[in-house]
Design a protein around this ligand. Structure first.
Ligand code: F6R
Length: 609
């Protein structure tokens, strides 16, 4: 959470920083600020609220200078306010810092400083860093930064700037993402590539413990002791357009519509629709490797966790290996029984989620083999897991995850087929059918997302509801969990997902007249049971919207409304049944006037615990 950006070169920095921050607002949007090195020192402009509030604040008095750093905040220490907004400075205003992360020992440092008479103007942990930076500065900015890093504990990506050395920005990171962009006669820093992609595709993806001394002419990289290091330039393989809305009203809608492409990109090179064969060249596992794996853990947060629940069904049923799915923030502290006979799969769109990373490290520490499934090449999960399988969803900007989720489902299905084949647990005809079915999915998704009119009507009809319930059994239940999360996070309608058979064990008490109940009914082996559950809620006068296969006339007799999806197999159904749920959440949020891409209190990429 929080986005940082920096510019040094010949252009006016303010424009670059504001543009960069607009691309990073998904990381946090409760305040924004910039600091520009003007002739007589740094000028800081910051305020609470969205970036537009900052733009207004500086209208007609834009800071001028060719070096600057900026920040968009998701509050951790100190509520959103003008004072708590970044950048932060020391009391002289000459030393400036922007920070993404948490300084764990800031309180004791602050107490020391207060005891020495130092004054603070914010409640943030970051202000302590600016004080330290100033206190440690003895004529060499690099030395001061080294000392700051030795003093603090926690997680961070940081950028430092000071009046005495106006020709450089120094940045570094630990457990939070940071990229350095390489331009001609100018260079950039950012929390994420979209902020700099319109200027360069050449980047250094910074690792923990690396420091970049960024000037207009070049970038010097060192370790924490100041020893020079070399690093490969990472060339970004997508362009600025991919990080723009491209004519859609919101990123979320654009990303929903991008799913045929992201699914196609994720299967490319892995499945062959003609032969029905599938491979993961990046894994190179064999039968012996899997024989040694007695159990699989899937660990993730939020939407990625929901993809993990689907993954469990896939792996257990197709590969015959027992799977436990864990919420990362629980796994890391619950002393899981993990050893060298376990495979831990962590799923993370961003590859930077703090709890997921900690869980990955814990699994490694306990001797598990680890596999990362992530969307971001060069992310911490990508670097730290023993092996990595990338989803190729492209940049996901909306806070509510959509296309990343379906690519995660696809990867989990492909992994299950891959493992099932290696273990000779999977019937070869089923394996071929599944692979051929996968190849058809992008076209089916395309068809599905094009038929939205009915969903818009439901969104208007039920958009004023206070509560909603999502029901399903088996894989349908796993998808119901994701549907409920989508609805609550962007429309703020209270939504809960239940295994359809569980409702009567308490929750049925909440089913009253006209409460919307969304029932997913694609799993044919348990279809009749789901129909009975529809009757149970109908008997309490709920309004049932069912999601089922085209041609399922029976469903229409039981439910108030049916959203049809193209008929497909049991395992592929989640890739289609989630689409109406994503769209329903989107249009319900619009109906209620919510800010779809930037929901209340949330931010993408949760890099704090
Ligand atoms: C919800 C959503 C979050 C993320 C979660 C994990 O729409 O996006 O629940 O799925 O914060 O994020 P990643 O996948 O980046 O680890």
């Amino acid at each position: 959470m929080c986005g940082i950006v920096g510019y040094i070169g010949k252009r006016q920095a303010t424009g670059f920083l504001l543009d960069g921050l607009s691309k990073l607002e998904y990381r946090g949007y409760d305040s924004a600020g910039i600091a520009i090195l003007e002739k007589d020192g740094p000028r800081v402009e910051k305020c609470m609220g969205r970036l537009d509030a900052l733009r207004k604040k500086i209208e007609g008095r834009v800071p001028t200078g060719t070096v600057g750093i900026g920040h968009t905040r998701w509050a951790t220490h100190g509520r959103p306010s003008d004072h708590n907004a970044h950048p932060h400075t020391d009391p002289t205003g000459k030393f400036v810092v922007v920070h993404n992360g948490i300084v764990e020992n800031y309180l004791s440092l602050k107490e020391d400083m207060l005891a020495h008479g130092e004054q603070f103007s914010s409640e943030t942990d970051t202000e302590v860093l600016a004080h330290l930076f100033a206190n440690y500065y003895k004529g060499n900015m690099e030395d001061a930064v080294h000392r700051v890093l030795k003093t603090i504990r926690g997680s961070y990506s940081l950028a430092f700037m000071c009046a005495a050395e106006p020709d450089k920005i120094i940045c570094t990171k630990k457990d939070n993402p940071l990229v350095v962009g390489l331009g001609k006669d100018e260079n950039y820093i950012a929390s994420d590539i979209p902020a700099i992609i319109s200027s360069t595709r050449d980047t250094y993806i910074m690792n923990d413990g690396e420091i970049a001394i960024v000037t207009a002419d070049g970038v010097k990289l060192t370790d924490l002791k100041g020893n020079p290091i070399t690093k490969e330039i990472f060339k970004v393989n997508w362009n600025a357009e991919a990080a723009e809305k491209g004519g859609f009203e919101h990123f979320m809608l654009k990303e929903i519509y991008e799913q045929p492409k992201s699914i196609r990109d994720t299967m490319r090179g892995r499945v062959n629709g003609k032969t029905g064969k599938l491979n993961f060249t990046e894994l190179n596992w064999n039968k012996d490797f899997l024989k040694d794996i007695h159990k699989i853990f899937i660990v993730a947060c939020g939407t990625a966790y929901h993809a993990g629940i689907v993954g469990k069904c896939y792996i257990e049923q197709l590969a015959g290996i027992p799977v436990e799915v864990d919420i990362a923030s629980e796994f890391r502290y619950r002393n899981p029984i993990v050893d060298k006979h376990t495979l831990t799969i962590v799923i993370s769109q961003s590859g930077e989620t703090s709890d997921t990373l900690a869980a990955l490290r814990e699994a490694k520490r306990l001797g598990s083999h680890t596999l990362g499934v992530t969307n971001v090449v060069g992310s911490a999960v990508g670097r730290e897991a023993d092996q990595v399988v990338y989803t190729y969803a492209g940049p996901e900007i909306a806070v509510a995850s959509t296309k990343a989720y379906t690519t995660q489902l696809l990867v989990m299905l492909m992994l299950a087929i891959y493992m099932g084949n290696l273990k000779e647990n999977l019937d070869s005809a089923l394996s071929e059918d599944l692979v051929k079915g996968i190849v058809e999915i992008p076209e089916l998704i395309h068809r599905q997302v094009e038929s939205v009119d009915q969903i818009k009507v439901f969104a208007r009809k039920y958009g004023s509801a206070e509560d909603a319930f999502f029901l399903g059994r088996g894989l349908d239940y796993a998808v119901a969990l994701e549907g409920a999360l989508k609805l609550k996070e962007i429309s703020y309608i209270h939504a809960e997902a239940y295994a359809a058979g569980e409702l009567k064990h308490g929750t049925l008490a909440l089913i009253v007249q006209r409460v919307p109940v969304i029932v997913i009914a694609t799993q044919e082996d348990i279809y009749d049971k789901t129909l009975s559950n529809i009757q149970e809620v109908k008997a309490r006068d709920a309004s049932v919207i069912a999601i089922g296969y085209e041609g399922d006339e029976k469903l229409a007799k039981y439910a108030d409304h049916v959203i049809y999806i193209p008929r497909t197999g049991k395992y592929l159904a989640p890739l289609l049944s989630v689409l109406p749920l994503q769209l329903l959440a989107y249009y319900a949020a619009l109906t209620r006037g919510c800010d779809v891409d930037k929901p209340r209190n949330l931010a993408k990429s949760v890099t704090v615990e």
